[in-house]
Design a protein around this ligand. Structure first.
Ligand code: MG
Ligand code: MG
Length: 286
């Protein structure tokens, strides 16, 4: 889940024991997304995905982190195609060729984990693969800027530059955030901005970094359900999110896409970190 409203307050730098608890929550989200990878296919509904995620989280002694947060009705946000984020699970079957951003949070031992992966439903178009790939790369490029004494703007700039170099629109209205005892803590982590600007990163900071990237223009609006954010031009959007801490001066990624991608590899389906895919995609790294 992402933040629209302004986050107020000071950055809460965590002790190593707290970061370990956030990692446990983040890893449970990673495993939950792995469950989604197992069952996602043409014909399944996003409500079925939601129920599977809720059962898995509760079976592991945790609570769904989004359920009832700001009155949100479900465990997952499932955003299909032109939906950017905060899509509410429903009874409509997914179709071959859809892309679905699945965002999940858990609360366990008093700490939140929060991350997201955009899935292909069956065979998807080359232009969708490219959008997903570039969005994922922008996340990793943002994470490469996470280190002691860098600033939040260094992350923002890296994400924006990679996506705009590839012709995509960077959503402005929603941002990443700090993470801990609250799902949304200071600082905000925009996916656009300038180098060397914004709050300083120091050991103990924990961030949810989450580029939301549109195939077309950056403009979005919210549907009458008051949750679902969609692109104005109806072109598709992708979303990947990791939880990242600074420890010993360096970035430590607390979440992992390994559970998801091990399953997708076994199923023979598209997964976004596939190294063999890079050669087929024109990407401007400059
Ligand atoms: Mg999220
Ligand atoms: Mg988030």
């Amino acid at each position: 889940m992402n933040l629209i409203r302004r986050i107020i307050g000071m950055i809460d730098y965590k002790k190593p024991a707290e970061i370990e608890l956030i990692k446990q929550s983040a890893q449970l989200v990673s495993k939950t997304l792995g469950v989604i990878a197992e069952i996602i296919r043409p014909g399944i509904t996003t409500l079925e995905l939601d129920k599977a995620a809720e059962s898995f989280i509760r079976d592991h002694g945790a609570k769904p982190g989004f359920l009832h947060m700001y009155d949100y009705p479900n465990t997952l946000c499932t955003s299909v195609n032109e939906q950017v984020v905060h899509g509410i699970p429903n009874n409509k079957p997914l179709k071959e060729g859809d892309i679905v951003s699945v965002d999940c949070g858990v609360l366990m031992n008093g700490y939140y984990g929060d991350h997201a992966y955009t899935f292909a439903v069956g065979e998807i178009s080359e232009e969708n693969k490219r959008l997903m790939r570039v969005t994922y790369e922008s996340l990793m490029s943002g994470i490469s800027q996470v280190k002691q004494f860098n600033k939040i703007g260094d992350i923002s700039y890296a994400i924006q530059k990679h996506c705009e170099n590839n012709g995509y629109g960077v959503v402005r209205e929603l941002v990443g955030h700090g993470l801990g005892r609250k799902l949304h803590e200071a600082p905000q982590v925009p996916n656009y901005g300038n180098k060397h600007r914004g709050p300083l990163m120091k050991n103990g900071i924990v961030l949810a970094i989450e580029p939301m990237i549109n195939m077309g223009k950056p403009d979005v609006y919210t549907l009458s359900d008051k949750w679902t954010v969609v692109t104005k031009d109806k072109k598709n959007s992708a979303h990947y999110e990791h939880d990242v801490a600074v420890q010993g001066g360096k970035a430590v990624i607390l979440s992992t896409f390994d559970y998801v991608e091990d399953v997708l590899k076994k199923k023979g389906e598209f997964y976004v970190s596939d190294e063999s895919y890079i050669a087929h995609v024109p990407i401007n790294y400059s």
